[in-house]
Ligand binder design. Structure first.
Ligand code: UDP
Length: 235
C-alpha cells in the first residue's frame, strides 16, 4: 500500500445515495465494505464526515436563522452521520471509535489526539464528528486539521466526480481532468477543491489531497495502493 495512514473525507451528501435527504443504508454499507478492503490490508483509516445531507448552517442563516445556532445544528448533523457510519462499519466487522469535537459523552468519546492515534495504531477506524467544533468552519477544514494532527499521509476526498477538472464536468462536456496539479495552480486557475481555509491549511502543511470518485466500488483500494485515479493535489 502506498499510504499507511489516511484521512478520508466524506461529505454528508455522499451518504444520501440517490435520495434527496438523509442517509441511504445501502450506500453506507457499500462504503463500509470498501473501507474494509483497505483496513484488511493494514491501512490506518480516520474519517471526517460532513453533515450537508441533514443541515448546513449557511442555508439556515439564509432563511433568517442565527448563523452560530445553525452551525451548531450542522455540527450535530455530522455526529448523526458519524453514528450511522459507525454502525455500518461495525456491521462489516470493523472496530471503530467515534470522537467528537463537541462533547456528547454518553454518545461518543471527546476528540483526544493521542487517544485517536492509539486507536489507529490498534487498527480501529476513527470517525471524527462535530467538525472542528467551531461555527463558521466546514468539515473540509476539520478534515485537514485532523489529518495534520494525526500525521496522516494524505487526505482522500471521496466525491461523486472522479477528480478535478478545468470546468464543471456535470455542466461542460468538454471539461478536462487533471491527473495531478499543484496547490499554486489550483489557486491560480481558481479551481474549487475545498473551501479556501481548508485548502490553505493543507498547502501550508504540505499535505497532499486526492480527489476521487468514492461511488465506484474498489476505487478506495486503488487510490490507497497508489493507482493513478482521481486527481492528486501536491506541492
Ligand atoms: N460545521 C461547523 N463547523 C465545523 C464543521 C461543520 O459549524 O467545523 C457546520 C456548518 O454549519 C456546516 C455543517 O456543519 O454547514 C455541515 O458540514 P459541511 O457543510 O462541511 O458538510 P458537507 O458539505 O461535507 O456535507
Amino acid at each position: 500500500m502506498k499510504y499507511k495512514r489516511i484521512l478520508l473525507k466524506l461529505s454528508g451528501e455522499a451518504l444520501m445515495g440517490t435520495r434527496q435527504y438523509g442517509i441511504d443504508p445501502e450506500r453506507l454499507a457499500e462504503y463500509a465494505n470498501d473501507i474494509k478492503t483497505i483496513t484488511d490490508k493494514g491501512v490506518e483509516v480516520a474519517i471526517v464526515i460532513g453533515g450537508g445531507n441533514i443541515f448546513r448552517g449557511l442555508s439556515g442563516a439564509s432563511k433568517g436563522m442565527d448563523r452560530v445556532q445553525g452551525d451548531h445544528m450542522g455540527m450535530l448533523a455530522t455526529v448523526i452521520n458519524g453514528l450511522a457510519l459507525q454502525g455500518a462499519l461495525e456491521d462489516a466487522d470493523i472496530e471503530t471509535r467515534l470522537q467528537t469535537a463537541i462533547k456528547i459523552n454518553e454518545v461518543a468519546e471527546p476528540f483526544i489526539r493521542r487517544r485517536a492515534m492509539r486507536h489507529l495504531e490498534k487498527g480501529r477506524v476513527v470517525i471524527f464528528g462535530g467538525g472542528t467544533g467551531n461555527p463558521y468552519f466546514t468539515t473540509d477544514s476539520a478534515a485537514v486539521l485532523r489529518a495534520i494532527e494525526i500525521e496522516a499521509d494524505v487526505i482522500l476526498k471521496g466525491t461523486r466526480v472522479d477528480g478535478i477538472y478545468n470546468a464543471d464536468p456535470e455542466k461542460d462536456a468538454s471539461a478536462i481532468k487533471f491527473n495531478s496539479i499543484s496547490f499554486d495552480e489550483v489557486l491560480r486557475k481558481g479551481l474549487k477543491v475545498m473551501d479556501t481555509t481548508a485548502f490553505t491549511l493543507s498547502q501550508e502543511n504540505k499535505l497532499p489531497i486526492i480527489v476521487f470518485d468514492m461511488n465506484k466500488k474498489g476505487n478506495l483500494l486503488k487510490v490507497v495502493s497508489g493507482e493513478e485515479i482521481g486527481t492528486v493535489v501536491n506541492v
